[in-house]
Design a protein around this ligand. Sequence first.
Ligand SMILES: [Zn+2]
Length: 82
Amino acid sequence: MPIYEYQCRACGHQFEYLVLPSSSAPECPSCHDQDLQKMISLCAVSSEGTRQAHLSSERKKYGKINREKQHEEHKMLHEHHD
Ligand SMILES: [Zn+2]
């Protein structure tokens, strides 16, 4: 059975939650809030994968901004010739 570690975003309480097929959404045992941050496990492979996924999503985000900026500049070139 997978045990996940969560931190409650509302009160900061950290707890482990055993996920059962029949269990409902986890909630904080302290304040019963369901706004939880899932803690990253201590597995080195999974944290490396997470970091790479994060980097590639950052790259995608900036790539999109650059394309939009280029598009704006291109538009200006066309609008400002006389
Ligand atoms: Zn809480």
